[in-house]
Design a protein around this ligand. Structure first.
Ligand code: FAD
Length: 550
């Protein structure tokens, strides 16, 4: 349909919408990373996924899910408690899509053991593409897949839950989980007085019959319409993990009382609640006093998803910027042909190359961890480093990509504004930046020889790339430094960049890996994108890899 003309002017020099794209086939760095990390046989299914998620319809549903935010219904018309949250149909649409694709559980087998390789990389690539389109709904999708890792300490319980968790049916009805065709799970750790320091939790758990009664509050508990939540509470034996379902075993609604939904900067399609528990029924997960140990198994996996999603946000921001620059002319020349804009775009493309290669290589380590002790330590060390660097890079990256679209980037009609508002949360939740840096220092000292072996390996893998030897030496020096804690950010960033260089070296043309190492590890780059010293030939290669020229 042709739009009716304006009386005063013609519309021209605007880029067409970036829709109806194959999010896989149009992304050479992703294809390279998937192939290098063991999932090349999946290419046509990934491409089908990329086409489904890249349609105009998907982008439109994402807009609707974020403009029509969830609403808390605390009471009904007669004053009875309802404690339910209403979502726009577009949110349910995405939940149904992601559950059907298995993003919520595809890495688990029916006996609660991890599915064999390449299950993690296959899901990571899909999660990365889904995040480019709609990120808010991925919160319960992430928590559901990760919860199995914590629940696995209770074999009888997890065997009861798994058929519902593994189901590819999304069932949004408000009924007990055992009556539904599928279920989702959330997590409640953070209280008003502390989120990082969960040992300060004041929520109490008293043994009662087969379970416990939980009394207290959570200051952030996202996706409140999940069927059950893993929560931390103080039991007689100390801080303990519990499974707190929406319904009690007798079928009555459990005592979760939602106080408010957070009014958030981004992540608007997802609801994040403040909740009180007044003697809510729960089942213990793991021994009393081992709550952190138990739930950390879940958090290790949610941290991966933060990184996959942030890399996805970066990819979409880059694609939007590049697409626009190829269609928009300024001073009779397309933006994408202006030398300075090319440097900015190429610098962004190089950063995205690093984020994609790094996250997919980490997925490979997770895939191999069960059978290869070296890869298990690599996954343990690099999970905080990758979460730190990729999630912290995404907001600034989205901002620069937004500027490539000029004023159009800043308004809500396009997707850049939403990507920008979405980006910071992945760095804040599931362990904020400092927490990741301290976690790395802890892991480096705990893993001892094995950690040093990972560093040696990374140095060897990148031996012919500029700046990598100095980065490896710096990280090793921090390890033995009495002031290690205060230098932890410098070390974690270097480790992520070194690991990104290694991942690039194994998956992309040598030029790209060299440009990344030179501009990120060897040379002093300015603080803004576009200040890296990239040759015109390097920029050309990076921009062609980033998005095929139509
Ligand atoms: C949108 C959204 C949804 C959320 N959903 C959930 C949810 O579903 N379930 C849930 O349990 N939580 C949820 N959270 C909470 C989130 O996990 C916490 O906000 C986060 O863990 C940080 O905790 P805090 O807010 O209490 O900050 P604090 O713990 O007070 O931390 C503040 C700052 O101090 C830093 N810091 C902490 N310790 C140290 C240290 N030793 N040295 C140096 N710096 C340090 C942190 O890195 C952080 O930057 C959500 C948060 C958001 C924003």
């Amino acid at each position: 349909m042709t739009a009716p003309p304006f009386e005063t002017h013609d519309v021209f020099n605007q880029s067409p919408p970036y829709v109806d794209v194959d999010l896989y086939a149009s992304d050479q760095p992703l294809q390279d990373a998937v192939a290098a990390n063991g999932d090349s046989a999946d290419a046509s299914a990934l491409s089908a996924f990329g086409r489904r998620w890249g349609t105009a319809e998907m982008f439109e549903q994402a807009r609707l899910a974020n403009e029509n935010t969830p609403k808390l219904k605390t009471f009904d018309a007669k004053g009875f408690r309802r404690d339910s949250v209403e979502f726009h149909p577009a949110y349910h649409f995405f939940m149904a899509q992601s559950v059907r694709e298995g993003l919520h559980a595809s890495t688990w087998q029916p006996d609660a053991t991890p599915a064999p390789a390449p299950a993690e990389i296959a899901r990571a690539a899909r999660f990365f593409m889904a995040a480019q389109v709609e990120t808010g709904h991925l919160c319960p999708i992430t928590m559901t897949r990760a919860s199995v890792a914590a629940l696995a300490v209770e074999p009888a319980l997890v065997q009861r839950l798994l058929p519902k968790i593994l189901s590819r049916d999304y069932d949004p009805s408000f009924r007990p989980w055992w009556e539904k065709s599928g279920m989702t799970l959330g997590m409640g750790m953070t209280e008003k007085q502390g989120g990082t320091d969960v040992r300060a939790n004041t929520t109490r758990a008293e043994p009662a019959g087969d379970g416990y009664l939980i009394t207290g509050h959570k200051w952030f508990m996202s996706a409140p319409m999940c069927d059950a939540f893993l929560v931390l509470a103080q039991a007689p034996g100390g801080l303990t993990c519990f499974l707190l379902p929406r319904f009690r075993p007798d079928g009555a609604v459990n005592a979760l009382h939602f106080q408010r939904l957070k009014d958030k900067l981004g992540n608007r399609s997802n609801a994040s609640s403040e909740v009180e528990f007044t003697q809510a029924f729960a089942l213990r997960v793991g021994e009393e006093g081992r709550g952190v140990r138990t739930i950390i198994e879940m958090v290790q996996l949610t941290r991966l998803d933060c990184a996959y999603a942030s890399a996805g946000l970066m990819r979409m921001a880059l694609a939007q910027a590049l697409h626009h620059a190829r269609h928009r002319s300024v001073f009779q020349k397309r933006l994408a042909d202006q030398p300075l804009m090319r440097t900015v775009l190429a610098d962004l493309a190089l950063e995205a190359e690093g984020a994609i290669a790094l996250t997919m290589r980490l997925a490979r380590s997770v895939d191999l961890a069960g059978a290869d002790a070296g890869e298990a330590v690599r996954a343990r060390l690099l999970t905080p480093a990758v979460k730190y660097w990729v999630c912290k890079t995404a907001p600034g990256f989205a901002y620069e990509a937004m500027e490539c679209l000029g004023g159009n980037g800043y308004v809500e009609d396009g997707v850049l504004a939403r990507l920008y508002r979405e980006a910071p949360v992945n760095a804040i939740w599931e362990g904020s930046g400092n927490v990741m840096a301290l976690d790395l220092i802890r892991a480096l000292s705990r893993e001892g020889e094995a950690a040093r072996a990972v560093l040696t390996h990374l140095a060897r893998e990148t031996a012919d790339l500029p700046g990598t030897a100095q980065a490896a030496a710096f990280i090793a020096a921090v390890l033995t430094d009495a002031e290690a804690e205060s230098k932890a950010r410098a070390a974690i960033e270097r480790l992520a960049l070194l690991a990104a260089a290694a991942a690039l070296k194994a998956s992309v043309p040598q030029h790209v890996a060299e440009a990344f190492a030179r501009t990120r590890l060897q040379e002093l780059r300015g603080r803004c994108y576009g200040s890296a010293d990239l040759a015109a030939s390097e920029a050309k290669l990076l921009l062609e890899r980033a998005l095929p020229i139509a």
